[in-house]
Design a protein around this ligand. Structure first.
Ligand SMILES: Nc1nc2c(c(=O)[nH]1)N[C@@H](CN(C=O)c1ccc(C(=O)N[C@@H](CCC(=O)O)C(=O)O)cc1)CN2
Ligand SMILES: NCC(=O)N[C@@H]1O[C@H](COP(=O)([O-])[O-])[C@@H](O)[C@H]1O
Length: 238
């Protein structure tokens, strides 16, 4: 009797519209992302539409909100590192197999990274049994346009002839921003003199594929799942 595949759990961190979160929601428990469930969506912006996407999912996905400035105001004397540790506490409680940064616009410091890697144990919380991998979606190719507004910066550099290639990547998250090992890299075509909007539309479509592919790849490293023929048949509405 084949064992029931072990479910893989992911936590997704967002700050905005959540179109990449939506790609993950839609891919859950399909052959693209088998036996995988989003356990929690955490946003650092209350108005992030991604929170609505999570609530509207079927079944609904639990959400949480924690922003840096309100946290500091509510906890006088606490620091950014304390905030990062609180983010880690929220995440680790879900016992995820993977954390995906899908438009999460906050640089995570050692307060977060040391907890999810198991190097630091939070008081009153069990340490994760194994280091929890963290990956980030970034709208640029490795080694260029680190940080925010990368789409616009890369697009303008291409139009000025300063770069010949643009694209998206998902990389592992380390302390150095956008310098972690690439997991999936996808070049996105760009046309000279095309409007930014048409490039952005093409780039986002690539992101929605790359984020699912990268999530599957990293999950399979730790908990490989062979998709059963029966699962495929049911998934295809057979
Ligand atoms: N330790 C890491 N943290 C994060 C990484 C990473 O690679 N290592 N990736 C980023 C995502 N990101 C680009 O891909 C990115 C997001 C935000 C910033 C940034 O400068 N944020 C400012 C606040 C900006 C704002 O609120 O609009 C900040 O954190 O002070 C840089 C890069 C996610 N985190
Ligand atoms: N530096 C990180 C960064 O710029 N991330 C970018 O935020 C957007 C989130 O869109 P979404 O909220 O619709 O998923 C995406 O374009 C992603 O590449």
């Amino acid at each position: 009797m084949a064992q029931n595949p072990v479910e893989r759990r992911i936590v997704v961190l967002i700050s905005g519209s959540g179109s990449n979160l939506q790609a993950l929601i839609d891919a859950q428990n399909t052959p693209r992302l088998p036996h995988t469930r989003i356990a929690l969506v955490l946003s650092n912006r209350k108005a992030a539409y991604g929170l609505t996407r999570a609530a509207n999912a079927s079944p609904p996905i639990r959400t949480a909100y924690l922003a840096l400035q309100p946290f500091l105001k509510a906890n006088p004397g606490k620091t950014r590192e304390d905030y990062d540790r609180e983010v880690a506490r929220i995440v680790v409680r879900e016992q995820p197999d993977l954390v995906v940064l899908a438009g999460w616009m906050h640089v995570l410091g050692e307060g977060f990274l040391d907890v999810v890697s198991g190097h630091t144990v939070l008081q009153g919380e069990p340490a994760p049994p194994t280091p929890i991998p963290v990956i980030n979606l970034h709208p640029a190719l490795p080694g260029a346009f680190d940080g925010t507004h990368a789409i616009e910066r890369a697009f303008e550099a291409y139009q000025r002839g300063e770069v010949e290639r643009v694209g998206v990547m998902v990389h592992r998250v380390i302390k150095e921003v956008d310098r972690g090992e690439p997991v999936v890299v996808r070049e996105v075509p760009c046309e000279k003199r095309e409007p930014l909007e048409s490039f952005e539309e093409r780039l986002h479509k690539a992101e929605w594929e790359v984020i699912v592919e990268a999530t599957r790849r990293v999950l399979d490293e730790a908990k490989p799942v062979r998709v059963s023929v029966e699962f495929l048949r049911v998934a295809r509405g057979g």
